[in-house]
Design a protein around this ligand. Structure first.
Ligand code: HEM
Length: 144
């Protein structure tokens, strides 16, 4: 029951994390037609959604570690094999990139929402989405 609850939280984290990632890309696309200052204001407001994304990643990591502990790390490493090792490596890269994104967002906020740093955000969002999808592929292969 505990394990199933953790798995449920893992999927809730997945929905929040990847859902936010896709939503921000869609909102970024919708704002492309706006004037630069209007776009900056729109994206500043839409940024409220990012809290869901941070919460999703935290939930994924905590529930993932929870499942690892409940099942036993050695057992999970044997079960998941190379694909699980690949998943863990990609998760470390994801955490690094996510941290960089938070630093960038803070600088963009301090600059009033626009500027050259803001132009990096869409590319970074795409990179995070590709990483998320690759982690999901590794997870599905590891735990089939
Ligand atoms: C420290 C971080 C993480 C750990 C230790 C971890 C661990 C695990 C474990 C043990 C399972 C197997 C659950 C089961 O089927 O009984 C699992 C499943 C899964 N994880 Fe994670 N996870 C972590 C982070 C993530 C992240 C960041 C993502 C996505 C971006 C993710 C996506 C998935 C998916 C899609 C499954 C389901 C695979 C399937 O059942 O076929 N995990 N994870």
């Amino acid at each position: 029951m505990l394990y199933l609850s953790l798995l449920f939280l893992h999927f809730l984290g997945l929905a929040l994390g990847v859902g936010t990632n896709l939503a921000m890309l869609t909102l970024g696309g919708a704002a492309r037609e706006l004037q630069p200052d209007e776009r900056a204001k729109f994206m500043q407001r839409a940024s409220a959604l990012r809290k869901n994304g941070s919460f999703g990643l935290l939930l994924l990591i905590l529930s993932g570690l929870g499942m690892l502990i409940v099942r036993g790390p050695m057992e999970v490493l044997r079960w998941g094999g190379g694909a699980f090792h690949a998943k863990l490596t990609l998760i470390l890269i994801l955490i690094g990139l996510f941290g960089y994104m938070q630093v960038l967002l803070k600088k963009v906020r301090e600059a009033g929402g626009g500027g050259p740093l803001a132009a990096k955000l869409p590319k970074l969002s795409v990179a995070l989405l590709l990483l998320n999808l690759s982690i999901m592929v590794c997870a599905v292969i590891a735990f089939k």
